[in-house]
Design a protein around this ligand. Structure first.
Ligand code: PLP
Length: 388
C-alpha cells in the first residue's frame, strides 16, 4: 500500500524487534516477564543519590562530548583495579549512550559499506541490525549447541579480504557461554593476522558463575591495536534506562570514533555520567554481591526448568538460559512462546530470533533470570503447569 511518506530503503530493512512484540503480548496477557534482560533489583542508594545531587547541583548542561573527565577516569580506575590494565582516559576512552551506541559507533569507525563483519551465531539481535544499518554485511560463525563451542576452522574460513571487524560478546547473550582464555587469544590473533578489529562487548562481565572467569580482550597486551572493548553500566548496576556506556579503543581509533559519536548522540546525560562515577567506584564487594545473587537465581530457575521438562544446563555467565523445548512436542519455538505467554503466563524469547533466517534451531527459548526472587517464584509456580 502506498503511504503518504516516502520512506528510505534503509528504514524499510528493519521489522519490529521481537523483544517489542513479546513485551506487547506479555502485557496483553499479564504474563510474567522472563523475556527481557532488564534487571529488576533496585539501584544502589548512593548511586541514586549521586544522580539527584548532580541535578540539584546544576549539572544540567552538555558534558564534554566524548565523556565527562571524572567518568573516563573512573572507567580507567576500574580497568586498573580489576584487571591491572592501564587505559588512558584522555586518549582511549569515549562515553556513549550505552553499548547500543558504542557498537554502532565502532562499526561506523572501522567499516565501509560492503565490508564484512564476522558475528558468532546465535547473536544479540542488535548486532546484525547495527551491521546492516552501517552498510556492512554480517557473516555468521556458529556456536554449536549444546556446548556452544565454535570450530576454529569455521571461524578462520569466515575471514575474507573484505572482513573488517568481528563482534564478540563475552559473556555471551543468549547462550550464557563464557569464552576461555585460549579461545579469546585464538580469536584475537586471527583478527591481528587479518588486520581486523575485534569489537568485544563485555556488558555481562560481572555475571560469571562457579569457577568461570571473565577475561577482557584488553588483557592481551600484544593485541590491543586490534581491540575495541564496549561496555556499560546497564546490567552491572541495574540502570538500563540511564543509557551510560563506553568504548575503550587505541588512540587513533578513539580519535575517529569520537567524531562519529559526536554526530550520532553528542553525548549521554551529564548528571547520569556523574552518578556513573559513584557506581563504578563502589567497592568490589558490590560486584561480588551481584554475582552471587544472580548465581542463586540461575540455580533456582534452571532447577525449575529442568524439573518441568526443558532441556538445559546451568549457564556459566550472563543472566540468560537457553532451554530446549523438544520434550513438549511443540512444532516450533514461536508457537511454543505464544503458548507460554497466553496459556501459562510466562514470557520468554523464541530461540530462532537469535539466528539469521533459516540458520537456527527452532526448538529453544531464552529465559532471563535477572529478576526478583518474588517474580521467579511466581513464574516457577506457573511453569509447573507445563508438567500436567
Ligand atoms: N549488549 C548485549 C549483549 C546486550 O544483551 C544488551 C542488552 O540486552 C546490550 C548490549 C544493550 O546495552 P546498553 O543498555 O548499554 O545499550
Amino acid at each position: 500500500m502506498l503511504g503518504t511518506h516516502t520512506l528510505s530503503s534503509r528504514s524499510r530493512q528493519f521489522s519490529t524487534l521481537i523483544f517489542e512484540e513479546i513485551a506487547g503480548l506479555a502485557h496483553e496477557y499479564g504474563a510474567l516477564d522472563l523475556a527481557l534482560g532488564t534487571p529488576d533489583f533496585p539501584v544502589a542508594d548512593e548511586v541514586k543519590e549521586a544522580a539527584i545531587e548532580a541535578i540539584r547541583g546544576n549539572l544540567n548542561q552538555y558534558a564534554i562530548l566524548y565523556g565527562a573527565k571524572s567518568l573516563r577516569e573512573a572507567i580507567a580506575t576500574t580497568f586498573q583495579r580489576d584487571r591491572s590494565v592501564v587505559v588512558d582516559p584522555e586518549s582511549e576512552i569515549t562515553v556513549t549512550c550505552g553499548v547500543t551506541e558504542a557498537v554502532l559507533d565502532a562499526l561506523f569507525t572501522v567499516t565501509d559499506p560492503g565490508d564484512e563483519v564476522v558475528v558468532f551465531e546465535p547473536y544479540y539481535e542488535n548486532y546484525v541490525s547495527a551491521i546492516v544499518l552501517s552498510g556492512a554485511v554480517p557473516c555468521f560463525v556458529p556456536l554449536h549447541a549444546p556446548t556452544w563451542l565454535f570450530n576454529r576452522e569455521e571461524l578462520a574460513a569466515a575471514f575474507t579480504s573484505k572482513t573488517r571487524a568481528l563482534i564478540l560478546n563475552n559473556p555471551n547473550n543468549p547462550t550464557g557461554k563464557v569464552f576461555s582464555r585460549e579461545d579469546l587469544r585464538y580469536i584475537g590473533e586471527l583478527c591481528a593476522q587479518h588486520r581486523v578489529t575485534c569489537i568485544a562487548d563485555e556488558i555481562y562481565e560481572v555475571m560469571v558463575y562457579d569457577d568461570a572467569q571473565h577475561i577482557s580482550m584488553v588483557e592481551f597486551d600484544d593485541l590491543r591495536d586490534y581491540v575495541i572493548v564496549v561496555n556499560g553500566l546497564s546490567k552491572t548496576f541495574g540502570v538500563t534506562g540511564w543509557r551510560v556506556g563506553y568504548v575503550v579503543a587505541p588512540p587513533e581509533v578513539t580519535r575517529a570514533l569520537r567524531k562519529i559519536h559526536s554526530i550520532v548522540t553528542a553525548g549521554t546525560a551529564a548528571p547520569l555520567q556523574a552518578a556513573g562515577v559513584t557506581a563504578l567506584l563502589l567497592p568490589p564487594s558490590y560486584r561480588d554481591e551481584v554475582r552471587l545473587t544472580y548465581q542463586q537465581r540461575r540455580d533456582s530457575l534452571t532447577n525449575v526448568l529442568q524439573e518441568v521438562g526443558f532441556v538445559c544446563k546451568r549457564p556459566q555467565g550472563t543472566f540468560y538460559v537457553m532451554a530446549g523445548i523438544e520434550r513438549f512436542g511443540s512444532g516450533n519455538d514461536i508457537a511454543f512462546t505464544k503458548h507460554l505467554i497466553t496459556e501459562v503466563g510466562v514470557a520468554a524469547i523464541p530461540g530462532s530470533s537469535f539466528y539469521a533466517a533459516g540458520n537456527g534451531s527452532t526448538l529453544m527459548v531464552r529465559f532471563c533470570f535477572g529478576k526478583s526472587e518474588g517474580l521467579l517464584a511466581a513464574a516457577a509456580a506457573r511453569l509447573r503447569a507445563l508438567q500436567t
